[in-house]
Design a protein around this ligand. Structure first.
Ligand SMILES: O=C(O)c1ccccc1NCC(=O)[C@H](O)[C@H](O)COP(=O)(O)O
Length: 272
């Protein structure tokens, strides 16, 4: 089994346990469920410079513990103050050390910013969970869902007012899974078999993504030069976790990157 298969196998068990403990109606009765969601796609579409989606990530299968010394409410507030366009908070516990509690603390501290529930969504029930904790956007990973499942989960997500980020790793996943039901396309630079990251994945897929989609690049992003290069290939957003989280002050690391981006002389996107 590769890592994604292991995560999904565990996730299925977790979902069936969660369903026993909390019904969909109970999730619908949570106070945040009726909250009006905020669009990340709109914020990205209207931006005229590279935008950072900053991730709260305690650990990962590729790196082990990244940072177990910081609090989600502090880090995410610092991210927002440093100019993040959106927040991504891991809610997977077993592989990433995240939780609903982390998400709720981040949401409570930052009521006015789009937040991605970063998890492995394979069941409609998880969309109700996402809505109940105050998420605005959910992730659908093409590598672990059939195109028909992506379409059905997207439709339900939209009914609940959630946006959909489709994550792809290659051209085949992109061609099979993309459709009008997708709000944002994310290209993940991490090879899930080797864990290596290569921004060439984002570069090569950029021209295959129709211009009508807002696109973001995910994983292994470390510096302004790389972000500007990808911005020139049409990426509007950049999902960054480890580069910030591995420092003692993740918010300050984002502020430094923003400063580097501001000073960058080469910010015009390529006309593709
Ligand atoms: O991060 C991992 O090791 C990982 C392993 C298996 C599946 C997913 C994984 N990461 C999820 C992500 O997509 C990243 O957390 C996100 O793109 C941020 O990446 P990074 O900036 O490299 O932390």
């Amino acid at each position: 089994m590769n890592i994604l298969e292991k995560i999904i196998a565990r996730k299925q068990i977790e979902i069936s346990e969660s369903k026993k403990h909390k019904s969909v109606s109970a999730l619908e009765n949570e106070s945040l469920f009726s909250r009006k969601t905020i669009s990340l796609a709109t914020a990205l579409r209207s931006a005229s410079s590279p935008q950072i989606i900053s991730e709260f990530k305690r650990k990962s299968p590729s790196k082990g513990i990244i940072n177990d010394q910081v609090l989600p409410e502090n880090v995410t507030s610092d991210y927002v103050n440093a100019g993040a366009v959106g927040l991504s908070v891991l809610t997977d516990t077993d592989f990433f050390g995240g939780s609903f509690d982390d998400f709720l603390k981040a949401r409570q501290a930052n009521p006015g910013i789009p937040m991605l529930r970063k998890d492995f969504i394979v069941d409609e029930y998880q969309l109700y969970e996402a809505k109940s904790i105050g998420a605005d956007i959910i992730l659908l990973i093409a590598a672990c869902l059939k195109p028909s499942e992506i379409a059905a989960l997207s439709q339900k997500a939209h009914q609940l007012g959630l946006e959909v980020l489709l994550e792809v790793h290659n051209a085949e996943e992109l061609e099979q899974s993309i459709g009008d039901h997708i709000d944002i396309v994310g290209v993940n630079n991490r090879n899930l078999k080797t864990f290596e990251t290569s921004i060439e994945t984002s570069v090569s897929l950029s021209e295959l993504i129709p211009a009508s989609f807002v696109k973001i690049s995910e994983s292994g992003l470390k510096d302004a030069d790389t972000i500007v290069k990808l911005y020139q290939h049409g990426y509007k957003g950049f999902l960054i976790g480890e580069t910030f989280m591995k420092t003692a002050n993740p918010g300050a690391a984002l502020a430094d990157l923003q400063q580097d981006l501001t000073q960058h002389s080469n910010l015009n996107p390529l006309v593709l």
